[in-house]
Write a protein of this length. Structure first.
Length: 629
């Protein structure tokens, strides 16, 4: 029989991680680890600051240096370390931003290397990135992409019974699309000191939009059919006013749109397109909100986070510490949970359009987010405050509200979405927009469904016969991949989805010898690395198939281990080898320990959560220690 890893060694690692995390807690009860998302927001921020004539040169200089420091010696920028031959869109964005900053010049050697890379890869018109095309249009480098300008702004006015309407789009895509439509309607561009016309390759001087699919034309026809039913001579003006008001109604207290940096930057440009002065209070407040999102990259450089992960990190860390047997009356846990209690949302947001009868009760990702809760943050917060809810009425009320909201958000197909239910109109994936399949809709996913089931199974009185649980289990079993894995949308990727699905299925009582469980466990064992760990490339997210990283990462190793621990009654040699590798990571600093394992938009946006290596390592080690004493 396989023996377990030395208990003193495991407990020492648990103690070390717990002590480190407790030391990192802020006085307000939060943990504020960086949500690092590459250089994309830094690049757009430089261009925005120059456009509004922001007076503080130090932040522009620091963002410039951060981008320079991330450049590959071959001239390109990559979204992740093993992205072969770099990323064209990121390289175009960064060259444009470096030149906009004024701290790099066209003749500089590092710019020349980048330009050569861009020309070799088809020039600036060959980029597939929608945000990249938008920034190129805003700065006057290319015309507005047809895939945006072809969508009439009157789309804003289509009623709910139209084949397609505004709220068929996911919340994330809506808040990006609307400022784009406003700008495209005005053919807006700023006065640009930078011209990249030398990076237009004649043979590639066409937009990828020119090769629209028949499905995209069908989608445009559906929009036009709805528009043709609208009457009146002032539709353009009415639609523009509604688009503007849509944004203004969703500005958070810190001045940002929906608490995201990317759409806030687009909003500021769209307000300029609408005639706002650069010093208008709304624009000034938005810029201040963006600058407040500063964090430190893995290299110690200043970077702008797309949305600080404060609530997410605080909920996960409070829960992980409690799993590590830190008592709930410990000051760190009390402070964290008191903070979480204040962050529960008690007003309706866009999620209620498709879920009108549900009472509010969810949590958002960042503390500036007060109208856009999500299932992941909600179940994370509910896990953290569960022990307190058994003793304190305020937490009990909060837990009941949160549970009711979670149950109300289940999709008709039995799975759970991230933000809004019933936002799964497949027609929107026909958009000729890069990433439309991932961003345009908010369907049920294995990671959200698995983690919701894990919460319901371990922290509520619902049993396997509950309709909510039965339907969730059925959705997962129906969406398992042929090799036994599950695809996870918000992490990389098949490891992430399989971990969430397996731990969820086990929590609601599916037996370990179930065929689907065993198939998933065998898949995990088949991809374990020689060093005992696990690692999956971000290429998986882009290619939609498991792609090995050929190295191990801490968070992915922890996910695989946590799933295998949930399935096995006794430690196995594979689990023990993984635990030893996980412990060894504590002393390491390498590209593997900062590899982005968070996903946002396939092929465009990946996240290195600075907290993940600590949170998920602590959880896996604690679950190992609890189960295999």
């Amino acid at each position: 029989m396989e023996t377990r890893v030395d208990q003193l060694q495991v407990q020492a690692a648990i103690n070390q991680l717990s002590e480190f995390l407790i030391e990192q807690q802020q006085s307000d009860g939060t943990w504020r680890f960086c949500f690092e998302n590459g250089t994309i927001i830094d690049a757009y921020m430089i261009i925005l600051l120059r456009a509004v004539r922001y007076p503080d040169e130090s932040i522009i200089r620091q963002l410039h240096q951060r981008i320079v420091n991330e450049q590959h010696q071959d001239g390109y920028w990559a979204l992740y370390q093993d992205e072969e031959n770099g990323n064209l869109a990121a390289t175009i964005d960064n060259v444009l931003a470096l030149l906009f900053s004024g701290y790099s010049q066209a003749e500089d050697e590092h710019i020349q290397r980048s330009k050569q890379y861009i020309l070799t890869h088809g020039g600036i018109t060959n980029t597939k990135g929608l945000l990249s095309k938008t920034i190129l249009a805003i700065t006057g480098q290319i015309p507005w992409p047809d895939s945006i300008s072809s969508i009439p702004l009157q789309f804003m006015l289509l009623p709910s019974f139209s084949p397609i309407n505004l709220f068929d789009f996911s919340g994330y895509s809506r808040v990006h699309l609307i400022p784009m439509l406003i700008m495209a309607k005005h053919s807006f561009h700023i006065q640009s000191p930078v011209q990249l016309h030398d990076l237009i390759v004649e043979s590639a001087n066409r937009h990828i939009d020119d090769h629209w699919t028949a499905e995209f034309h069908q989608m445009l026809d559906s929009i036009e059919a709805g528009r043709s039913r609208l009457i009146g001579s002032a539709l353009h003006e009415i639609a523009q006013e509604k688009a503007e008001q849509f944004m203004l109604d969703r500005i958070e207290e810190d001045g940002t749109l929906y608490s995201y940096a990317s759409c806030t930057i687009l909003m500021v440009f769209s307000l300029l397109a609408l005639g706002y002065d650069a010093q208008h209070p709304r624009i000034v407040k938005a810029v201040e909100g963006l600058l407040a999102m500063r964090g430190r990259s893995s290299n110690g450089d200043i970077t702008i986070q797309n949305s600080p992960s404060t609530i997410w990190d605080t909920a996960l860390i409070s829960y992980a510490l409690q799993q590590a047997n830190v008592p709930m009356d410990h000051p760190a846990i009390r402070r964290a949970n008191a903070y979480l209690l204040t962050q529960q949302q008690h007003k309706k947001g866009d999620w209620s359009i498709h879920n009108a009868h549900a009472a509010p009760g969810g949590w958002g990702f960042s503390e500036t987010n007060t109208i856009n809760p999500d299932l992941d943050d909600t179940t994370a917060a509910l896990r953290a405050i569960y022990p307190a809810s058994q003793l304190d009425n305020a937490y009990r009320v909060s837990t009941n509200l949160g549970l009711d909201w979670v149950l109300s958000m289940q999709n008709k197909d039995g799975g759970w979405p991230a933000f809004e239910k019933s936002v799964d109109n497949k027609m929107l994936t026909w958009l000729a927009l890069d990433g439309a399949k991932a961003a345009a809709i908010d369907p049920s996913t294995a990671d959200l469904t698995g983690r919701t089931l894990e919460y319901l199974g371990n922290y509520t009185t619902l049993d396997r016969q509950s309709p909510h649980i039965r339907r969730g289990v059925k959705w997962l079993l129906n969406n398992q991949e042929a090799d036994g894995s599950w695809y996870g949308k918000w992490g990389i990727c098949y490891l992430y989805g399989t971990w969430a699905a397996l731990t969820g299925l086990m929590a609601v009582g599916l037996p370990a010898n179930d065929k689907a469980v065993q198939k998933a466990a065998h898949w995990l064992l088949s991809i374990q690395n020689e060093d005992g760990g696990w690692g999956e490339s971000c290429d998986s997210d882009r290619l939609m198939r498991y792609t090995p990283l050929h190295s191990s990462t801490p968070s992915q190793t922890a996910w695989a281990l946590d799933a295998l621990i949930a399935v096995n009654d006794k430690p196995t040699s594979a689990i023990n080898k993984g635990i030893e590798r996980l412990i060894a990571f504590h002393a390491e600093q390498s590209w593997q320990t900062v590899y982005p394992t968070g996903a946002g938009l396939p092929g465009n946006f990946y996240v290195h959560y600075h907290s993940y290596r600590y949170i998920y390592s602590l959880l896996a080690l604690s679950h190992y220690e609890r189960k295999f004493k």
